[in-house]
Design a protein. Sequence first.
Length: 372
Amino acid sequence: MKFITIDEVATVVRGSSPRPQGDVRYYGGNVPRLMVSDVTRDGMYVTPKIDFLTEEGATKSRPMKKGDFIIAVSGDPGEPCILTVDACIHDGFVGFRNLDVSKVFTPYLYRFFKYNKLKSKSQAVGAIYKNLNTDQIKGIQIPLPSLQQQQKIANILDAADALRQNDKALIAKYDELTQALFLDMFGDPVSNPKGWEKKRVFEISKSLFAGGDVPKDRFSKELNEKYNVPIYSNGLGENALYGFTNINKVKEDSITMSARGTIGFPEIRKTPFFPIIRLIVITPYTEMVLLNYLKIALSFLEFRKGGSSIPQLTVPMIKDKEILIPSIELQNQFAKRVAVIEEQKAIAQKSLEQSESLFNSLLQKAFKGELV
């Protein structure tokens, strides 16, 4: 199969930001500028939403056209997207101008860069925030079958991706149903129309703390006889599993909350575990509040952003938050009804695992020349 580099079929440019930041001459106009926070991992196309430049600011930034291909080089290094509108890009991106569409099918290029993302991310450098540079993007070898074959590959991958996105949407609907059930039974947690008693999070907690460093001298990436206690990090769901140790730091049923990036995401943990940094642990008094109830109650909490551009949650930010405390009997009724929803959600989760596996298999074959 033929391979090319991107600068053979496009002009690669680095984004830029007008200086000084916040200057009213440059910021606050109506020219959209793409920010790292605009880009999601599940969407091919992206529209800037939160940052706008003036016309003068746009001349000092990097304007791109609708349909141009963009790669994040900071924040989430290697993540690709395609612009839906004319927009500027800041210095967390590189853009491909004048892509030769007679040689490259843009959705195929998107799928390749998604496939290549893990490799790109591993090459990012930086003490605190990892970044790629323009030369690293230019150096990526892109497999290039015929344009017709590129279109076929993109169509197959799009169809497989649609299956897994449908499964994700169904899981999200079950989560919405659980929250709707909570509101129906207990009312809005803020206005509290049913007049439930309220308690602050620290008042219902036996223990409330943030995780620490990975126990490097007692750690394994794989489960084994010696190291069988899960280490949970800041990821969501099963992606939070970081590795294994033999230290049972949390022995009682608890809830963890993500404390960086996607903050405030609660998850029930019913086996002993070890939490690491950017993960908050809440072990409740179960005679006062049940785990299944508390998880949903916590999901309604809102948090301000911390001191940096990346949202972060701390124990002081959560400990004084109030939650409703209905009777244990009513919490039990809620938990039983949620259990039925969770059964259906588990079926959808299994389907998602299968569609993810299919998609990843096709992705591997597509860029090894095995998908025909």
